[in-house]
Design a protein around this ligand. Structure first.
Ligand code: FPP
Ligand code: MG
Length: 298
């Protein structure tokens, strides 16, 4: 079924009738297609579902093209990113083209679904702006961080699940909450993997978040338990290219104070709630998607 989505996305891209756009599109790595898997499991395999899934994947791809420009990233999913290989201008315009085409197609799905998805894209963009602001200096504002996570990552996952529920006449609120929890946990695990995985597994440099300025939950929790001098040392490493010795210090401190376990537990609670929600409506496959998320290694 994923094949049908890939074909539909490619059809949308070909309809743009531009060789350069098609060749740039072919350079993009496909990703996990998590949102597609979600909506197909919720709503089945009708043409409307295939179109909606393709539109959501195109929006997601557009947002990552822009995100890599904003983050000045060189790699995406283990490959050289478009901004790095083709320049920022091409990456930005490619993002705009994909985003606009997705909205053009979205209008035909239904006004309600168009509203749900476009509202999520507003949240997504507000979340990215908040991420940029929060990354400028070290902070310990857990609430602001969680709000940003919701906006940047969970909102599109929440909207995907809700769109699936609307398309299949299922209760919107339950699926919405499921998508939201999945999205939040996904980003929390992403933040943890940035600390625990090596760069080969991640497809991007490890401990990169802190160097980029991102003070993710594990760093907030670590700061809370450190003594004064160690806090100062941690602060001195923020937004800095880390030597292997400094990176080891961070990893060692995270281990010493069991910070990864604490952060992981928080993601796990969200996943457990998502599993319960799906089991209450007899959705075994969706509950398994949630279980797999907490076990992923990249
Ligand atoms: C990845 O975050 C970024 C997002 C999930 C959202 C990015 C959103 C925008 C750029 C605004 C929306 C723009 C359009 C065109 C729809 P990350 O940097 O923490 O994750 P990463 O490690 O995968 O880069
Ligand atoms: Mg990024």
């Amino acid at each position: 079924m994923i094949d049908a989505i890939e074909r539909k996305i490619e059809q949308y891209i070909r309809e743009l009738n531009d060789k350069r756009v098609l060749s740039l599109y072919k350079k993009l790595p496909k990703g996990k297609r998590l949102r597609t898997k979600l909506i197909l499991k919720i709503a089945g395999e009708s043409l409307k579902v295939i179109k909606t899934a393709s539109i959501i994947e195109i929006i997601h791809t557009a947002s990552l093209l822009h995100d890599d420009v904003i983050d000045d990233a060189n790699m995406r999913r283990g490959k050289i990113s478009i901004n790095a290989s083709e320049g920022n201008k091409s990456a930005i315009m490619m993002g705009d083209i994909l985003y606009s085409k997705a909205f053009f197609e979205l209008i035909d799905i239904s006004p309600l679904i168009a509203k749900v998805i476009s509202n999520a894209v507003v949240e997504l963009s507000l979340g990215e702006l908040a991420d940029v602001e929060l990354s400028k200096r070290f902070h310990t504002d857990r609430e602001a961080y969680l709000k940003m996570l919701y906006q940047k990552t969970a909102s599109l996952m929440e909207a995907t699940a809700e769109a699936g529920a609307i398309l299949s006449g299922k209760p919107r609120e339950i699926y919405r909450k499921y998508g939201r929890n999945l999205g939040l946990a996904f980003q929390m695990i992403d933040d943890i993997l940035d600390i625990t995985s090596d760069s080969k597994t991640l497809g991007k440099p490890a401990l990169h978040d802190f160097t980029e300025g991102k003070v993710t939950l594990p760093y907030i929790y670590l700061y809370e338990v450190l003594a004064h001098e160690d806090r100062e040392y941690l602060l001195s490493l923020h937004r800095k290219k880390l030597s292997s010795c400094e990176a080891l210090w961070i990893k060692g401190a995270m281990e010493k104070y069991k910070i990864i376990e604490k952060s992981y537990r928080e993601a796990k609670e969200l996943i457990e709630e998502a599993i319960e929600l799906m089991e209450s409506v007899g959705e075994r496959d969706l509950s398994n998607i949630a279980k797999a998320m907490i076990e992923r290694e990249f």
